[in-house]
Design a binder for this molecule. Structure first.
Ligand SMILES: CC(C)(COP(=O)(O)OP(=O)(O)OC[C@H]1O[C@@H](n2cnc3c(N)ncnc32)[C@H](O)[C@@H]1OP(=O)(O)O)[C@@H](O)C(=O)NCCC(=O)NCCS
Length: 384
């Protein structure tokens, strides 16, 4: 008999799982802070390396802390040969996020002492993952374009180096700022599905690699990290700006979800979406790429219609994934890399949460409410 006194919180909505000092989201007013710093200030004035240090250590680095941290990241950018063999074998037929997941799993085999679970050893693992994941993603991108792999360039910043390894060109100031911005905005976001997944795995005292693999896997779906790829796919399907309104009306009438809209926590405009939009507008003044201009026009018209239809009535506003597609397109990041790029940025948030959770670890073990039969008589197979 099912227990009638049970209240189920579908999707764990409204359930708190831990205290944290990492990130605060004010979903009603559309505000976000990393370790108390407003996201707007970090987006405008900081860089990914600084934000990664902040998330892992709880304070912005001093000059010498920054230099040591950056050097550690630069020193760890190269990946073992086995990673390229995996990328070469699977890049033609497997989604880049799935290849990244496999490669991160393989990296654990190169850890010289998996038994060392000290804070220092785990932090070194986080640095390895933060440093190597962009190299793997760029390598996947190169293979998918049929182009030779480009080795990391030590003189470039973390994110400029990623774009260089992906495109073969050292990015100009604008492109370098945009990719860095995307990494900062994706670095952390509370106990979202992939971070929660990382924590669930980590709560069993499984290792950092296993926990991050769980995060990468969870990020993949279109309701989470796959939404920007899906949103861009929709904009491309719309094709011409004049088709936008009919496409969106038809989709809503057919009860389809518009990717890049809505959020479990934000019932206001996602502050990250505003930042992406503002930077994109500045960037558009400096570029004349007609395909990006068209995508942005479609996005703006879709947003306007959605505002009339759903935003004000149901609180379904654009989230970060809506304007990301046009922005990434403007800096030559292909759409099938959006999710693994997201993972490469979010890995710092996953690790920071994991380390914070481990300070006061408790195994996650929720309950489910059994609604089936009991004491069913077993019938041998030849009599069924
Ligand atoms: C992110 C998301 C899963 C959060 O949703 P949630 O809190 O679980 O909300 P629900 O799925 O319960 O949806 C609530 C209502 O809003 C509608 N809704 C939510 N997102 C919608 C969207 N993107 N387009 C159209 N309708 C949407 C639902 O259909 C539902 O309507 P109903 O009450 O008439 O049934 C959801 O907004 C979504 O699917 N968005 C698209 C994917 C996306 O952009 N994900 C990235 C998030 S950063």
């Amino acid at each position: 008999m099912a227990d009638t006194n049970v209240t189920i919180s579908k999707g764990l909505e409204g359930i708190y799982i831990a205290d944290t000092k990492l990130c605060k989201i004010d979903g009603t007013n559309g505000k976000l802070w990393y370790r108390g710093y407003p996201i707007e200030a970090l987006a405008d004035s900081s860089n990914y390396e600084e934000v990664a240090f902040l998330l892992l250590h709880g304070h912005l680095p001093t000059k010498s802390e920054y230099e040591i941290f950056v050097k550690k990241l630069v020193d760890e950018r190269e990946v073992p040969d086995a990673i390229e063999e995996i990328v070469a074998e699977f890049s033609g037929r497997t989604h880049p996020n799935d290849i990244l997941r496999t490669c991160v799993s393989v990296l654990s085999s190169y850890d010289t002492d998996m038994e060392d679970k000290s804070v220092e050893a785990n932090e070194e693992r986080a640095i390895k993952l933060i440093a190597k994941m962009p190299t793997i993603v760029a390598m996947i991108g190169r293979y998918r374009q049929g182009k030779p792999v480009i080795r990391p360039l030590a003189k470039l910043s973390h994110t400029a180096n990623f774009l260089y390894m992906l495109t073969g060109r050292e990015p100009d100031k604008e492109a370098a700022k945009l990719i860095d911005l995307m990494f900062i905005l994706h670095a952390e976001h509370g106990s979202n599905a992939s971070t929660f997944s990382t924590l669930v795995t980590g709560s069993t005292l499984a290792d950092v690699y296993a926990s991050v693999v769980a995060g990468i896997s969870t990020l993949r779906g279109p309701l989470h990290g796959g939404a920007d790829e899906a949103a861009l796919k929709m904009m491309r399907a719309i094709g011409e700006p004049d088709n936008t309104e009919k496409y969106i009306e038809d989709a809503l009438a057919g009860k389809q979800r518009i990717m890049g809209f809505g959020h479990r926590v934000y019932k206001a405009y996602d502050p990250r979406a505003k930042i992406v939009y503002n930077y994109l507008k500045i960037f558009m003044k400096k570029t004349t790429d007609p395909s990006v201009e068209k995508l942005l026009e479609i996005a703006i018209r879709a947003e306007k219609l959605m505002e009339e239809k759903l935003s004000k009535t149901k609180g379904i506003w654009p989230n970060i994934d809506f304007f990301s597609g046009p922005l990434y397109t403007g800096i030559d990041v292909p759409s099938d890399l959006f999710t693994p790029v997201f993972a490469s940025a979010r890995v710092v948030g996953w690790c920071a949460h994991l380390f914070e959770y481990w300070q006061n670890n408790r195994l996650f073990r929720p309950l489910d409410n059994y609604t089936g039969e009991l004491d069913v008589k077993y019938v041998p197979i030849d009599r069924r």
